[in-house]
Design a protein around this ligand. Structure first.
Ligand code: SF4
Ligand code: SF4
Length: 186
């Protein structure tokens, strides 16, 4: 998990000094935690979560001390995008058996239950802030997840290994260099 935490700093940036979790506890409810010293299922509140926040704050597990969502790391995300206020939780996501090159390590943008982030425009603002780097971005609405970045055309060329047209070739080459090992394995 430490390696993953380092990846978070490399791909999302360091934790920002001027952003605090405040009353937000979205990650304590939504996320799956599976580390040697602490596990919790996703989509259900942690057994230690109380109405006033973490009930074991002073002795909370290592992962809870070192993990931060994208809002705590990416300055380009709007201040109003704090998960409990925006209805969106974005974070780095790791899939152990990825089905394609964009799934192993990516940014997952999740709609929280009851969120109105699509109607309010917040979902679009958050995606705009995250879909500008060489890190895949997925959007999950609670029932399915969709690849938002790179776009379908670029993703298709990266996965198929086919030659891309000139206007896409640099972008396809950059994604392949970082994520293209799948295509070469057949
Ligand atoms: S989801 Fe982000 S802002 Fe909310 S408690 Fe977790 S790390 Fe803090
Ligand atoms: S131990 Fe505390 S900080 Fe960690 S998930 Fe549970 S409530 Fe959240």
């Amino acid at each position: 998990m430490d390696a993953e935490t380092d990846l978070e700093t490399a791909l999302l940036g360091p934790v920002l000094a001027d952003r605090a979790c405040g009353e937000c506890t979205a990650c304590c409810e939504v996320l799956t935690v599976d580390t040697p010293d602490f596990k919790k299922p996703g989509g259900t509140p942690c057994v230690h979560l109380t109405a006033r926040g973490c009930g074991i704050h002073a002795v909370r597990p290592h992962i809870c001390r070192t993990w931060f969502c994208a809002w705590r790391r990416v300055a380009a995300l709007p201040d109003a995008a704090r998960p409990d206020r925006s209805g969106i939780l974005a974070s780095l996501d790791f899939v152990k058996s990825p089905r394609n090159p964009f799934e192993g390590v990516s940014i997952m943008v999740r709609m929280l239950p009851g969120s109105d982030a699509i109607e309010s425009g917040m979902a679009g603002a958050i995606l705009d802030s995250l879909c500008n780097r060489l890190v895949p971005v997925w959007f999950g609405d609670g029932t399915k997840k969709m690849l938002m970045h790179p776009d379908n055309q670029v993703a298709g060329f990266v996965i198929s290994g086919e030659a891309a047209p000139a206007h896409l070739s640099d972008e396809v080459a950059a994604w392949r260099e970082r994520y293209g090992v799948f295509g070469e394995g057949g």
